[in-house]
Design a protein around this ligand. Sequence first.
Ligand code: FAD
Length: 257
Amino acid sequence: MLDGEGPLTPLAGCTDLYVALNFGTLKESSFLNLWSLDELRRIEVRGTVLSIGALCTYTQIIESRPVRARLPMLVAASKEIGGPQIQNRGTIGGNVANASPAGDTLPILAATDAMLLLKSAGGERRVPFNEFYTGYRRSVLRSNELIAAVEIPAVKGRQWFRKVGTRAAQAISKVVMAGVDPGRGIAPRIAIGSVAPTVVRLPSTEAALASGAPIVDAQRILLDEIAPIDDVRSTAEYRRRVAANLLADFWRKRARE
Ligand SMILES: Cc1cc2nc3c(=O)[nH]c(=O)nc-3n(C[C@H](O)[C@H](O)[C@H](O)COP(=O)(O)OP(=O)(O)OC[C@H]3O[C@@H](n4cnc5c(N)ncnc54)[C@H](O)[C@@H]3O)c2cc1C
């Protein structure tokens, strides 16, 4: 249908699409309802890879044994997304495809070097999550493709997730960060959302921490790697301070363990 009857806008849980519809910012008028595609709802471990179908809701992720065992920070993030209604309808594929820099699962997928499985009538391809976005709300997803699954390689080391919003629930992030610290002198992997046009990995900050730089130096480097703006949810200055504080929190917790 995407090939022959397009352009069609896929709809999953509709928790982003309905907001756009209500605001009158949704230009599309033809939709493809994915909700009944149970094939896109599987959570599987294949070899060392955790595969989460694009239509998996946050509730499903929270309740999933393999996700709880292998990726507890995704469970933590899912519990903080919206409230129960949003968790029952919102999907991980929708979070990725919606391409908001504030999407709460995105720093986790960036920090774990996840892959996206994209499918069309013509076949499938895998795109590294860190190469998926090309700019503010733009990605390499083609109009005849669906996100079928996110694939997360085994994560070695401590996982850490923090979201800072106005409230503990029903709040879009002002800053959201995820980190993996393998320890033993191996560089941490850190990604941050809501502070640039897309979610960003922080390679220079990671390298600084790995080389033993003091946290204040790493915080300075972090501030060069992000480009927050003032908007309805927060100010650029607040986001800069919170981002630096979150980095310190991630790194200090490591020192205590
Ligand atoms: C009250 C409220 C609170 C919210 N709180 C949060 C929050 O705390 N954190 C957060 O990150 N988000 C939040 N959101 C945003 C939203 O719930 C999430 O982004 C959710 O994951 C979107 O998933 P969905 O299935 O509803 O997507 P939809 O609205 O169905 O689709 C979103 C976009 O993705 C596309 N799409 C969906 N699935 C696919 C697919 N498989 N392949 C290709 N394209 C696809 C659609 O065409 C559309 O462009 C909130 C929304 C509301 C209304």
